[in-house]
Design a protein around this ligand. Sequence first.
Ligand SMILES: Cc1cc2nc3c(=O)[nH]c(=O)nc-3n(C[C@H](O)[C@H](O)[C@H](O)COP(=O)(O)OP(=O)(O)OC[C@H]3O[C@@H](n4cnc5c(N)ncnc54)[C@H](O)[C@@H]3O)c2cc1C
Length: 395
Amino acid sequence: MSTVGDTIRARGHGRIRTLVIGAGVAGLTLAALLRQRGEQPHIVERAGSLDEAGYNVALYPIGSRVLHGLGLFDRLLATSRPARYYELGNGKGEVLHRFDFDAVLAQYGPLVGLKRAELLAVLRSALGDLPIHVGTTVTALQPEQDEVRVTFNDGSQASFDLVVGADGMHSATRSMLLGPEEFAYWDTGWGCWVTWADEAIVPPETMAEFWGAGFLVGIYPVKGAQGVVIAGPTKALKEDGRIAFAEHVRHHLRDFGGPVPAVLDALEKDPRPFFWDLHDCRCRRWTAGRVVLLGDAAAGFLPTAGVGASMAMMSAAALADELSRADAAHVEYALRLFVSRARPKVEAAQDNSRHLSKLMMIDSLPLAWGREQLLRFYTLDQALRDIMRVMEGTI
Ligand SMILES: Cc1cc2nc3c(=O)[nH]c(=O)nc-3n(C[C@H](O)[C@H](O)[C@H](O)COP(=O)(O)OP(=O)(O)OC[C@H]3O[C@@H](n4cnc5c(N)ncnc54)[C@H](O)[C@@H]3O)c2cc1C
């Protein structure tokens, strides 16, 4: 059987010999754009298969607009649901506001929700005959003169002009590249379960969130279902387990009707909901020589503002653009330009997600009560301010 290194050598390379580690949102967006420009990037993916169930993502135009150039935007629309309205409620299940984002989004393009697995399938459709080496990881990165020697988990090796670590929040590339003092996880102390509920539990085209004391319920449209999130302090989630925690949330609900009971039912019915610790990660640098971090590997996102995937796609587009203006000899210059373009915007969006998490994840009843009084005066302009900031400005 041929090794990963043999297969890579047999397929050959494009203008810049490129390895992409991770076939997630960032890695696939980059690979699709490079292929469109005539490159032949090689992609390795740790997962043994490409059809994991995963969770829902919302995509803002700042990320999804990349799909116009790949000829995939209509396909995105066909596999997703638009999110035009945002309902914000309290821990009793009462809706405090219903905001209409449509007029603002009309300037930029739709905000859509879809299953992450479906987004990956859309991106994979642009890879043509580029293979993804599944079940494959990198065990060593050795910088040599004008190239990087890579060792794969089957023991084989290959050399590249550029290595892109797009291997997500817990990136192994990051740990190989940076010292432990050069990156830090920022922990909220909360975690969440993510599962699917019936599409009809909220009005059409509506995202809804209910912020309680010590819990949070989120409902996000995808095609044929609602992606639902039940978050709380990690200690309570782990100690209680999903059935008891759902019961605890139910105890706080008043008789407003509403979608929260259906979300709790969905959580109780799913024996293996997706679990995610709510932390992010920030790095002091994104590059070392000819190796660059991309997407969550460079700046891991909390899901609170729903922009991590959008930022990963935007960053991949900026990197593909800089690489299109470089040759193999000047990859490091292209990487410096990429970082100076993408990093300020990405880290500003990461700050937004952190600020939002402090508002959303409140344990104490009195503080949650105070928040609710403030939220009653929350306006559409305030709700849109951060979204507009992310959409505007240079990249
Ligand atoms: C519950 C939840 C909800 C979210 N909701 C939203 C949302 O609504 N909107 C939004 O924009 N973002 C959302 N996000 C964040 C978003 O999913 C990420 O920011 C985005 O996926 C980052 O893309 P990425 O390519 O960097 O990482 P990923 O998409 O995570 O991809 C990383 C890939 O690398 C692979 N990999 C990992 N380790 C290795 C290795 N050692 N070797 C090879 N491959 C490896 C993984 O298997 C994976 O395929 C959410 C995240 C979570 C957890």
